[in-house]
Design a protein around this ligand. Structure first.
Ligand SMILES: [Cu+2]
Length: 212
């Protein structure tokens, strides 16, 4: 039962972020398709490139580079200016291509941590605008570790879903009619198999409606 609920929550979160993603989030290839993430032809290359782009919260930055040759790490402004690799703000990403989702508005700084590369211009500063999306759903865009941030979307989606679900779900479940069951009670019902599927559909529908 608990597993069922988790599946519903994950599905709702996935649909939510997918809908929001279609509306607003972009994937941006750092350096463009021809240059990508490398020691650039000029020191000002990434500054010039970034000045022609628009970045916002929820967008994904893709850093394409030759495997084993470069890395990407988000750093402070001071570290960006001095090309210091001592205290990066993020993990050092060494797998190509590296993907980074912009989480907060404001200026973000990225460097290659391979010796000499940053000082030769492999450094990027971007200014991200606030997201235009109504909900903070993009947080859970990576399903691998979506378990902890899920509670917010689940309550939103479960509330409206319970209304249309109750009559349909109660019949096969054979439980007492007329008892107004709370949303959480619905998901904990013993007739997990058939009901879980119905609940899944209605939550998905509700999530889609809310997202549009
Ligand atoms: Cu490099």
């Amino acid at each position: 039962m608990a597993g069922n609920k988790k599946v519903v929550v994950l599905l709702a979160a996935a649909i939510f972020s997918a809908v929001v993603g279609i509306c607003s989030a972009a994937t941006i290839t750092v350096g463009g398709d021809t240059t990508g993430w490398t020691i650039p032809p000029s020191q000002s290359f990434y500054t010039t490139w970034a000045s022609k782009q628009k970045f916002k919260v929820g967008d994904s930055l893709v850093f394409p580079f030759q495997a084993g040759m470069h890395t990407v790490a988000e750093v402070s402004k001071a570290a960006y200016d001095s090309c210091s690799t001592a205290n990066p703000l993020s993990a050092v990403l060494a797998t190509a291509p590296a993907n980074i989702t912009i989480r907060t508005a404001g200026t973000h700084y990225y460097i290659c941590t391979v010796t000499g590369h940053c000082s030769n211009g492999q450094k990027l500063a971007i200014v991200a605008a606030a997201s235009s999306a109504p909900a903070p759903a993009p947080k859970s865009s990576k399903p691998k570790k979506a378990a902890s941030p899920a509670p917010a979307p689940s309550t939103t989606a479960a509330a409206p879903a319970s209304t249309p679900t109750v009559p349909a779900a109660k019949a096969p479940a054979g439980s007492t009619p007329g008892t107004a069951a709370p949303p959480s009670g619905n998901f904990a019902a013993p007739s997990a198999a058939g009901f879980g599927f119905l609940g899944l559909i209605s939550v998905a529908a509700a999530a889609a409606l809310l997202g549009v």
